[in-house]
Write a new protein. Structure first.
Length: 40
């Protein structure tokens, strides 16, 4: 049962990290677009 619990926590951490990563990517894309607008 403990192994299953640890597996679940690991899975949750992966999902949270993935979400953070996606948010950072989205933010970077927005920032890039702003930079492109400035240079044009």
């Amino acid at each position: 049962a403990l192994g299953f619990f640890i597996g679940m926590i690991t899975q949750l951490e992966k999902e949270v990290n993935q979400e953070k990563l996606l948010k950072n990517i989205a933010k970077n894309i927005k920032d890039d677009k702003k930079e492109i607008r400035k240079t044009n």
